[in-house]
Structure formats: structure tokens, C-alpha cells
Design a protein around this ligand. Structure first.
Ligand code: UT7
Length: 330
């Protein structure tokens, strides 16, 4: 019998502090009307200055472990998807391990833009299927507000902070778990969504800081055009790899970057809104955390059932895009 990675637990953490569109009207030249009509966002949660990505990740992880009925010492591996690590090194995965337990656990960060969580799930699934690891924690955590330029209205209104974590567990194949994943990256889009300074290409200096190059920069129009094509491709190709079609998909959990991008996918597939999870209005774009936070809300609303085909799909910097197709159930 083959082994499969089953979702044994899911937990999320969202900081308490809320930044509304009205608050942003006081900071940049924008309006609630523009933000809602162009993005669907009404408010987002933001972390306190001292609250790091790893702290949010650890809080989500504790909840995911409790949901799985496990303790940190049961974990065999930690995969942490993030674009805003506490520091470029050491990894956020190692920092989370340290916050969870004194027992060493192997761990690594995955950086694939907002698609990082999808990559992390597939990598964890492969580790489990190899037979070398049983319980793998997959985290998606980002503090995007730490690299958001609040003098740039084209990006300042979009982002929030959050974390989510899945406990994936290797089980004999019962038809439940991650059925297939579809992953893509194309570096021709490297300049569309980028943090220009702070890496080997443009090390941080007084000049880069003065030029505000340590903040995220985005070509919104081009990214939007890419996303409208990438999301449906990821859904269709992921389902195809699982031997399924769009008609078999019970619930779509798309990356929450812009309501208009989600709506385009809904129209393309002629989906009933009850089959798509949307919560961008209350959280904005929290990067790798949007999917676990949205999925957890759907679970709490009783929208996820044993045997459902749940499709997670995302796109982001790189450019990257991809999907995980999961048959829900433990
Ligand atoms: O997960 C990461 C992936 N990122 C994304 O998915 C983002 C994808 N892109 C988008 O979501 C959209 O492109 C944005 C929401 C970023 C922008 O929406 P848009 O409809 O593409 O607007 P635009 O950039 O074409 O700008 C339209 C107008 C411009 O004014 P003019 O030149 O027409 O006078 C902008 O200057 O809206 C202006 N504008 C704003 N006005 C008020 C841009 N940002 C704002 C703002 N408030 N915050």
C-alpha cells in the first residue's frame, strides 16, 4: 500500500490589531471606495512591531498540533513557507522549532512568493511518501507589513499579517490526503514583484534605504494579468494530475490577493459562490497565510466535509503559481 500525506491538523493565528481602509485614508492618498472596488479589501490585521513572523508561526503551529492531537516532539520535520523571515538566516523554521520545543527537529524555509505554502505542502507530501518522515509541519507565515511602504498607495492598502500551519501525517492510502500538486516558477517575471535591496544583488546600504528599496515593489497591472491566467491553469492542471475535473472540486480555496482575480476564476469555471472561500475583505493579502486562514474559516463555518475535494491554489512573486488537490478527511 502506498503512503499518503493526510491533513491531521490545521491552526491559524491572526494578530489582533486591525487597520481599516479609513485608517489608511489618514496615511496615504486613497479612499475606502477605491480600495473596496479595486481589491475587495475593507480591513486587515497587522502585527505589533515586536511580533515576528516566527512568533506568529509558532502560535499557529501550537493550534495545528492541538488539532492533530499531537505535541511538538512528535514532529519529524518543519517546512516554513515565508517571504518575510525574521532574518535572512538563520531560518524561521529553526526559530519555530526552538519556540515549540527543546527537542531538535530538522526544518527548512521555503521561499516561493505567495505560492510558498503550496510548494511547502508538496515538499512535505514528498517527504512523507518517501517513507523517511511521518509527521511534517507545514507553515505559511508572513509579516508583509514589515516590508510594506506606507508612502506607496499602490501597495500600502493591500497587505496584512497572519500565519497558518498544517500538520501532515503519513498514513496508509485511504484515498484521503494530498492527491496531487501542480507547481510552476518562471523567473522572466522576476521584476514584477520584488524586494529590490537587502540581497546579494543590491546589498543594503544607506543609499538603498534612502531610495526605499528595502520595501516590496509591485507592477500591479502586470501581476494582475498574470494571475488571471495562472489561477485557472493551476486549478485545472492540479485536478488533471489527480485524475479529476473541475466538476469534482467541492471547494476552491484561492490565494486572497484581489477579489477581482478570484471572481475571474469563479466566472471562468462557472462556480457557485458556495464552492469558493473568500475572506479578503477582512484580512487583505497575507501572502502564504491567506489559504490556511481562509480554509480554517471555512471549516469553522461547517463548509468542509469528509471526502470533499478541496483545491488550494496560489500565485506570487517569482513568478510562481501552483495548486494542491486534497481529498479531505483524516
Ligand atoms: O500576492 C501578491 C500578488 N499581487 C497581486 O495579486 C496584485 C495584483 N494586482 C492588483 O491587485 C491590482 O493591479 C491593484 C489592486 C494593485 C491595482 O488595481 P488596478 O485596477 O490595476 O489599478 P491601477 O494600478 O491600474 O491604477 C488605477 C488608478 C491609477 O490612477 P490613474 O493613473 O488612473 O490616475 C492609480 O494611480 O488608481 C490609482 N491608484 C489608487 N487610487 C487610490 C492606485 N492605487 C491607489 C490607491 N488609492 N490605493
Amino acid at each position: 500500500m502506498t503512503r499518503r500525506a493526510v491533513v491531521a491538523g490545521l491552526g491559524t493565528y491572526v494578530p489582533q490589531k486591525v487597520l481599516t481602509n479609513q485608517d489608511l485614508e489618514q496615511i496615504v492618498d486613497t479612499s475606502d471606495e477605491w480600495i473596496v472596488s479595486r481589491t475587495g479589501i475593507k480591513e486587515r490585521h497587522i502585527a505589533e512591531p515586536g511580533e515576528t513572523t516566527s512568533m506568529m508561526a509558532a502560535k499557529a503551529s501550537v493550534r495545528a498540533l492541538a488539532d492533530a492531537g499531537l505535541v511538538a516532539e512528535d514532529l519529524d520535520f518543519i517546512v516554513c513557507a515565508t517571504n518575510t523571515p525574521d532574518t535572512i538566516f538563520p531560518s524561521t523554521a529553526a526559530r519555530v522549532q526552538h519556540q515549540l520545543t527543546s527537542k531538535p527537529i530538522p526544518g527548512v524555509d521555503v521561499q516561493a512568493g505567495c505560492t510558498g505554502l503550496i510548494y511547502g505542502m508538496e515538499m512535505a507530501s514528498a517527504l512523507i511518501q518517501s517513507g523517511s518522515y511521518r509527521n511534517v509541519l507545514v507553515i505559511g507565515a508572513d509579516k508583509l507589513t514589515s516590508i510594506t511602504d506606507y508612502e506607496d498607495r499602490t501597495t500600502a492598502v493591500l497587505f496584512g499579517d497572519a500565519a497558518g500551519a498544517f500538520v501532515l501525517q503519513g498514513r496508509e492510502d485511504t484515498g484521503r490526503g494530498i492527491l496531487a500538486s501542480y507547481l510552476q516558477a518562471d523567473g522572466r517575471g522576476e521584476d514584477l514583484l520584488v524586494q529590490p535591496a537587502g540581497g546579494s544583488k543590491l546589498p543594503a546600504s544607506a543609499e538603498t534605504v534612502a531610495a526605499r528599496q528595502h520595501y516590496l515593489k509591485m507592477n500591479g497591472n502586470e501581476t494582475f494579468r498574470f494571475a488571471v491566467k495562472a489561477m485557472p491553469e493551476a486549478v485545472e492542471e492540479g485536478l488533471k494530475k489527480a485524475g479529476l475535473g473541475v466538476e469534482d472540486m467541492t471547494l476552491l480555496v484561492p490565494h486572497q490577493a484581489n477579489l477581482r482575480i478570484i471572481d475571474a476564476a469563479v466566472r471562468r469555471f462557472e462556480l457557485d459562490p458556495s464552492r469558493v472561500v473568500v475572506n479578503i475583505d477582512r484580512y487583505g493579502n497575507t501572502s502564504v497565510a491567506t489559504i490556511p486562514v481562509a480554509l480554517q474559516e471555512a471549516r469553522e463555518q461547517g463548509r468542509v466535509h469528509d471526502g470533499d475535494v478541496v483545491v488550494l491554489c496560489a500565485f506570487g512573486a517569482g513568478l510562481t503559481w501552483g495548486s494542491n488537490v486534497i481529498r479531505w478527511g483524516r
